[in-house]
Write a protein of this length. Sequence first.
Length: 211
Amino acid sequence: MNEALCSILCREEMWCYDTEGRSIRFNEDGSGELWCRCNFNYWITAEFEWKSIESLPESTKTAVMTSDGGQNGHPQLLGQLHLQITLLKRLPSRVQGSVLKTSTMINEHSLTDDAFRPKLFIIRIEKGNFIEPNSIGCFPAYGKSRFAMRLLFDTSPYPPRSEWRAPEKGPDDGQFWTHVEFVGRSFSELAKQGRAMNEVIVNTRSGCVIF
């Protein structure tokens, strides 16, 4: 099961919080990329190492949501993985010759050493009809890109606020450490199936939020 789920995980070119620059990528060789670009600023453009492990120690486990198998408008749970991810200070090879090489904001310039220690995660892989997490709750609902796959982390792959050198100088606005949902496999035809499974509708008259 783990091999099949890892194959699905690596099949996507990018899992996106938004398609403008916040994304994560897993490669079959155990490498990966974490990107965090927001409001034209690059905060993280880093490679990481990852591996699937059998299970997490009891003290680190976090409850995850259940699924009804894709019925009643809910996503289909394909499976759950336990991962160890170690963020690196190294730029992805495809941008090592770019202007990012000289940036004084990205990776270790904005993050403390604790951000580069191995961390444990539980992730869920789901199939369904999704919009970019960054678009959830935005109005209007029509015209948003649709995606067939979703990746849910128990805690964000972005370092917590305590591991940023100066979170008040930009990262606080983005709240990157709250990002736990990423989508993949863009599929525009899903829009014909109606409302996305992760969409939140805000009633502008009453101020109510409808899930």
